[in-house]
Design a protein around this ligand. Structure first.
Ligand code: HEC
Length: 108
């Protein structure tokens, strides 16, 4: 009985944590990236038309065989400032960038 009870509590905690972290990255994506990259990462956010350079279709990039999630994480941090993509280093961590990309992948 005691074992069952502990197991239930652990599952509950784990689930809560997972839900909180997924919601957290959804918020981050919406706050930091969505105006340019759009709700699903297609590069069609409300600010996209005002930019000289079209924001990347992140969903498509995540599907390319040679563009792994790790290399894209690096690109998010370094940015392409001269092309309109801000550098996020110092604003978000490497883990945050990877989680935001995982979030985008999860909503396709
Ligand atoms: C001000 C608009 C803007 C915001 C905000 C923005 N981006 Fe971008 N992003 C761009 C543009 C423009 C490009 C295309 C650059 C180019 O032409 O290569 C881009 C490119 C990218 C790429 C592709 C990089 C490559 O070299 O292949 C990724 C991945 C990306 N953005 C992720 C993000 C993430 C994650 C966020 C939020 C943390 C974000 N962007 C916020 C404008 C933006």
């Amino acid at each position: 009985m005691q074992f069952n009870h502990n197991l239930k509590i652990s599952c509950y905690c784990l689930c809560t944590l997972i839900v909180i972290s997924v919601i957290g990255f959804k918020d981050k994506y919406q706050q930091l990236c969505e105006t340019c990259h759009g709700t699903k990462g297609y590069g069609d956010g409300p600010a996209a038309n005002a930019l000289a350079n079209k924001p990347a279709n992140i969903a498509q990039k995540l599907n390319k065989p040679f563009s792994t999630q790790d290399s894209l994480t690096e690109k998010v941090l370094v940015g392409k400032v001269n092309k309109g993509m801000p550098a996020w280093q110092g604003v978000i961590s490497t883990a945050d960038a990877a989680d935001i990309l995982a979030y985008i992948k999860s909503i396709q």
